[in-house]
Design a protein around this ligand. Structure first.
Ligand code: AMP
Ligand code: ZN
Length: 140
């Protein structure tokens, strides 16, 4: 399989051809904020090389992606004041996968009033994203 898929949006992000709000990068793994966030700090962790999903990714790369997801979840708890985190990955379109490049969602949860808030989209325009990137990076 080719290292990058020319038609894949996450491959383009991995190659810096499309801008993303990056929070973590090493030679194999990249993490950035989801542009359609389910909550403040909602991030995606991807391998830089193209693999379709969790089920088709070599174990060593899959483990590295989850190592970074763990770090970001910890940073969300420490830096953003999250009170819980959902870590999830969708495999194939019937399970909700819309971008066919393996990615792990890291979705912080917050206590707001008397409930755990998940829908904070209204607070998450582009102006806020650089500040969120900074808080997470400072807590990695
Ligand atoms: P899934 O439905 O599990 O495949 O998740 C794909 C996620 O990628 C969705 O939550 C989208 O909001 C997100 N997404 C799509 N394009 C971009 C992009 N250019 N930058 C950041 N997130 C994106
Ligand atoms: Zn790709």
């Amino acid at each position: 399989m080719a290292k990058y898929d020319a038609n894949c949006i996450f491959c383009q992000i991995a190659q810096d051809k499309i801008k993303a709000y990056k929070i973590y990068e090493d030679d194999q793994v990249l993490a950035f904020l989801d542009t359609n966030p389910k909550s403040m700090g909602h991030a995606l962790v991807i391998p830089k090389v193209h693999h379709d999903n969790f089920l088709t990714t070599p174990k060593d790369i899959m483990h590295k992606v989850y190592d970074v997801a763990q770090k970001i979840g910890q940073a969300d708890m420490n830096g953003l004041g999250a009170v819980g985190i959902n870590i999830l990955t969708n495999c194939y379109e019937p399970a909700g996968q819309s971008v066919m490049h393996f990615h792990v969602h890291v979705i912080p949860r917050y206590l707001t009033g008397e409930r755990y808030q998940i829908d904070m989209k209204e607070n998450l325009d582009d102006k806020n994203l650089p500040a969120i990137v900074k808080v997470i990076k400072d807590n990695l």
